[in-house]
Design a protein around this ligand. Structure first.
Ligand code: MN
Length: 489
């Protein structure tokens, strides 16, 4: 509790503390006598969740709801109690978290699974903070998974990998996504996990040494240009490395992975990012063909902003360098949660009450999240959601599910070909047919939000069809088709 209050003090004003203390006292009573499987008192879990939320600099209502999040489901409290003691918003957040918790995310059939995922989206749309609290809850449960039975470990890890980690990614919470995946990895693929930790240890170490040498040179040259920067090495998450190694073109060959450890350069302003890029390219030659990715000029759909470049570092080794501002960095790590913080910081003199109203202000950068936010106004309860799937209200983005329940957001007017390239660029070329909601459809079929799209693939690699250029709307698909056609000529 002390740790929590100390963290909060760094970004919220003291008048907010009373509700936190009150929530804690309430939780202690509601969970009286309960223990976690680890043997610790139950409130240790609640404090851990609130601490995670404070690390993400979430608002005071989320923190209180974090302390209270299990008080209905596992504790002795009712929704009425919470309403009376803590008011409308906190009790709504807690019952939202309770509801999301009751959604069984792995259905016995694909249909059930997809349906459950849709319910999750509903819960999100009612208030995104519900999902963020749920993510903090899941993160702590994953950190303490060793106390559960083997059967539960596998089930919870799979759910984490298939639902929560992608969700965190969608919300731009890259750090959370990485940690969730790494926590699930050893439970789901124990042999590969052991293999990879052994196989990669020396390579990580070697890469780190290279990075340190590059870092010193870069810092010196940045200083010569009067740029104050923080330069850090960032280690690639193990599971993310694992997925990369499984790609056919890499085929488990670690020497083909250049971003095992990347350099991350943090500066004050976007302009300085570009100056820093120039400095780096003067210091180390950029790798031709791989090129730079400017996600500041063109952010990723989840809001990610950064400049990535690959250069020949000391001893000619390829290293990846990421350049971004401190604010972009916070966003890349904590995503939507960081938006809350920055939007709150910018509007001056926030009282506790006003915090309730600053909810969706920061979302303009996250297009699909923003649409969910607008959309929630039209949908009052989950029943209506399931029945009508009013995804169509979001006119310019659509959400398409794979049969396994992965969701891709695409521009309106997207066809199965767009979808196929969105799932995997190499898959696109091999598309030979498509089913939507179980029925065969032509390639010019316009997908609708909520559609489940299954792509039929040729077994052998194929060239794309030039007619497809007329059928696609995404830039990704156009580019990949043109690439495939050029290769043919
Ligand atoms: Mn919990």
């Amino acid at each position: 509790m002390e740790e929590l209050l100390k963290k909060i003090k760094n970004y919220l004003c003291e008048q907010n503390f009373t509700v936190i203390v009150k929530a804690y006292d309430f939780a202690v009573v509601a969970h009286y006598g309960q223990k976690r499987l680890s043997g610790e008192p139950f409130v240790s879990h609640l404090l851990a969740v609130a601490n995670i939320l404070a690390d993400w600099k979430m608002d005071i209502l989320s923190l209180a709801a974090g302390l209270l999040h299990d008080s209905i489901e596992d504790g002795a409290a009712t929704e009425k109690d919470l309403q009376k003691e803590f008011g409308e918003t906190i009790s709504r957040l807690v019952s939202g978290v309770t509801k999301v918790g009751q959604v069984k995310l792995r259905g016995s059939t694909d249909e059930e699974f997809v349906e459950n995922l849709r319910k999750m989206f509903l819960a999100m749309s009612s208030d995104l903070r519900v999902v963020i609290i749920k993510l903090a809850d899941r993160l702590h449960n994953m950190r303490t998974l060793q106390y559960l039975s083997a059967e539960k470990q596998t089930r919870i890890s799979r759910e984490t990998l298939e639902v929560y980690a992608p969700l965190a990614e969608r919300l731009g919470m890259g750090e959370v996504k990485g940690e969730l995946e790494d926590l699930a990895f050893p439970y789901l693929y124990p042999e590969d996990y052991r293999w990879l930790t052994g196989y990669s240890a020396a390579a990580y170490k070697e890469a780190e040494e290279h990075i340190i040498r590059a870092k010193q040179k870069i810092l010196k040259n940045l200083a010569a240009e009067n740029i104050k920067a923080t330069v850090n090495g960032r280690k690639k998450h193990l599971y993310s490395l694992y997925k990369k190694l499984l790609r056919p073109e890499i085929d488990r060959d670690l020497s083909l992975v250049h971003d095992l450890v990347a350099l991350r350069i943090l500066v004050q302003t976007a302009d300085q990012c570009y100056i820093a890029l120039g400095v780096i390219h003067k210091t180390f030659k950029p790798v031709p063909a791989i090129g730079i990715s400017d996600y500041i000029a063109v952010p990723k759909p989840n809001g990610y902003r950064s400049i990535h470049t690959k250069v020949f570092g000391p001893a000619g080794r390829i290293i990846e360098i990421q350049i971004r501002t401190y604010e972009m960095h916070e966003e890349a790590e904590n995503g939507i949660a960081a938006h809350w913080y920055y939007s709150n910081k910018k509007s001056q003199g926030l009282s506790g009450k006003k915090l309730e109203t600053v909810v969706f202000a920061p979302l303009e950068k996250l297009s699909w999240v923003k649409q969910l936010a607008n959309w929630q106004k039209e949908i009052t309860d989950s029943h209506e959601f399931i029945q009508e799937l009013k995804f169509d209200a979001l006119s310019h983005r659509i959400f398409i599910f794979t049969p396994k329940g992965d969701v891709k957001d695409l521009p309106a007017g997207a066809t199965p070909i767009d979808f196929s390239y969105a799932v995997h660029t190499e898959m696109g070329d091999r598309t030979i047919g498509a089913k939507v909601n179980g029925k065969m459809v032509p390639f010019n079929f316009k997908l609708h939000s909520g559609d489940v799209c299954e792509i039929m693939l040729a077994k052998e690699p194929r060239k794309p069809n030039s007619d497809w250029l007329e059928l696609v709307t995404t830039r990704l698909a156009k580019r990949e088709i043109q690439k495939g056609l050029r290769a043919e000529n």
